[in-house]
Every structure is written in structure tokens, then in C-alpha cells.
Design a protein around this ligand. Sequence first.
Ligand SMILES: Nc1ncnc2c1ncn2[C@@H]1O[C@H](COP(=O)(O)OP(=O)(O)O)[C@@H](O)[C@H]1O
Ligand SMILES: [Mg+2]
Length: 327
Amino acid sequence: MTERTAAGRGTGSETALLEVRDLAKHFAVPGGTVRSVDGVSFDIRAGETLGLVGESGCGKTTTGRTIVRLYEPTGGSVRFMGQDISRLSQHGMLPWRKRMQMIFQDPYASLNPRMTVGDIVMEPMVIHGFPRDERADRVRHLLRMVGLNSEHANRYPHEFSGGQRQRIGIARALAVEPEFIVCDEPISALDVSIQAQIVNMLEDLQDELGLTYLFIAHDLSMVKHISDRIAVMYLGNIVELAESGELYNNPQHPYTRSLLSAIPIPDPDLSDARRRISLSGEIPSPLNPPSGCKFHTRCPDARPECAEADTALRELRPGHLCGCPMA
Ligand SMILES: Nc1ncnc2c1ncn2[C@@H]1O[C@H](COP(=O)(O)OP(=O)(O)O)[C@@H](O)[C@H]1O
Ligand SMILES: [Mg+2]
């Protein structure tokens, strides 16, 4: 995997392809309201990869699904190339859906076992009215593009390994030539030995096709390599957002520091400097989140005023946003 630098690909353009503002998605459940996404704002620039990380249950998948309108937002807005798509009807969304696709976490659950691979990859072309006589050729082309064999079109998902199934899911996402793809933990369910292959392929496809990614992961070690910038999420909010190298070298939020300290470092000197910070307690329930800074109940640096504090993101340095009231 290649490390991305400030001069690397994806950072040349400053134009926002996507502008997410105060996005909220709440679910009514027995016993109250789950505030899964509770006022999230960020831009994703054309051609870049924005990493989105945080522990399981913090709202990453809900954020991705709400952006592409698989979920109706409870509040806030999503602009795609300047157009607010967050209030469009399902019919009005159709031309935008073609431009925004999703790769799912579980390559076993996300492919219909009764459809052939060819039909799975072709389905989006049917929905979006791709010329009928071009579809079969395009399926074969897409399968080759993701490193599969064009003869695989006649087989069924169960005949493939996890990594191959994820390649099928990627071919399906690419079928209608999207500009933006939400990659929802696309490698978390795969063997470590094939994770890098899939990440490298996603990077190559991004360069080749000029794609923009929201790349979701639960741990910082994986997104470091693929992301230009990284947003860290805790209990429905972004708590820190910075360029990838800056976030690693100069983390400002105690939660980001704790996530970083959990990554094993082979160099003993470095690992000494980055002392392991273990968080006390479980993640609180998004049904009844703590007041003020939601992280204060687990924060090693918490002060009494954190329970009342405003955690709106502040720009501590150019491009480095942090919601810690003490930073
Ligand atoms: N359809 C739903 N109905 C009720 N609660 C949900 C639903 N989807 C997600 N949640 C809750 O929202 C929170 C965030 O979930 P999710 O977005 O899947 O987190 P992540 O992807 O970061 O693991 C969790 O507490 C989860 O239980
Ligand atoms: Mg998830």
C-alpha cells in the first residue's frame, strides 16, 4: 500500500463534490429515540478519499447510508455538486443515485444468492436504463476490471471466496459509472491476507476512473493508507477531522489519541512514546447519550465543565478541526 502525502493524488482539487451539513438520522425504537447520526458536517473534495473511523456502533454506516439516501435524513442537508439532494423524492433521486454508489461490509449478505454474478452486476444498468445491447459486454469488462474472469458471469455468489465476492460487489457499484462511492468497511470481513489486495484495487480504480470515496473503517490503521483526510466519529458526532498525516502525527482529541494508542507499533521506542491509553467503561448508549461532550464519561482528560461543554468543531490549525472543548 502506498502512503498518501499532501502532494499525493486526490489532494489537488479543492472543489467539494459533496457537502454534508448538520446531518442527522434518528431512529424511533421502543424506549426512545436512537440518535445514530447527530449533526455531522464535512466536505469531500472531488477525487479524494475521506476516511471515517470510530468504534462499532458510533454511526458510520448510518452516515454513509443517509448520504446516499438509503435512509431518509432526520435533519441537515447533503449537497452533491452544489445540489441539495437530501429532500428529493425517491423518483427525483434516481439520476443522483447513478452517481453515488455503495460497497457493503458483508460480501456474503450483500449479494443475492439466487442471481448469477452477471445479473447482479447488470442489475444497476437495468435500473438506470443503460442501452440493452451494451450491458453484457459491460458486465464482462467490469468483471475483468476487478480482477475476475468474464466467464464468472454465469456462476452464483456461493461459488466464490469472500475476497472474490467483494470484487463482485465492487463491479456492481461501478456498473453505472458513479463518481462517488461509499466504501462501508469493505475489507473488515475479509482475511488479512487479501485485505491489501482489495484496498490496492480500490486505489487503482480511483486513479483510473477519477472516483471520490468515503471510506469507512473501525480502526485507524487501515484508513491511514487510503485516506487523504480522516474524520473520527464518536456517538453520532465527528470529533476530529484533519489531513491523514496531521491526524496521525498531531492528534488533538483524547478519543483520537486513544484510538491511535490501540494500534500496535513494531518500533519499541515509538510505542513507548505513544503510551497505550485504555478507555474506561463501555460506549454509552446512543439512546441516552451523555450531556456536553459525549466522550466526557470515558475521557482520561475530562474536567467537570466537559459535561456542559459545546463540542462544535473548531479549526485549531488550517484544515485541522477538533471538537474537544479543552483542546
Ligand atoms: N435501523 C435502525 N434502527 C434502530 N437503530 C439503529 C438502526 N441502524 C442503526 N441503529 C443504531 O444506530 C447506532 C449506529 O449504528 P451504525 O451506523 O450501524 O454504526 P457503525 O456503522 O459505526 O457500527 C447503533 O447504536 C445502532 O444500534
Ligand atoms: Mg457499520
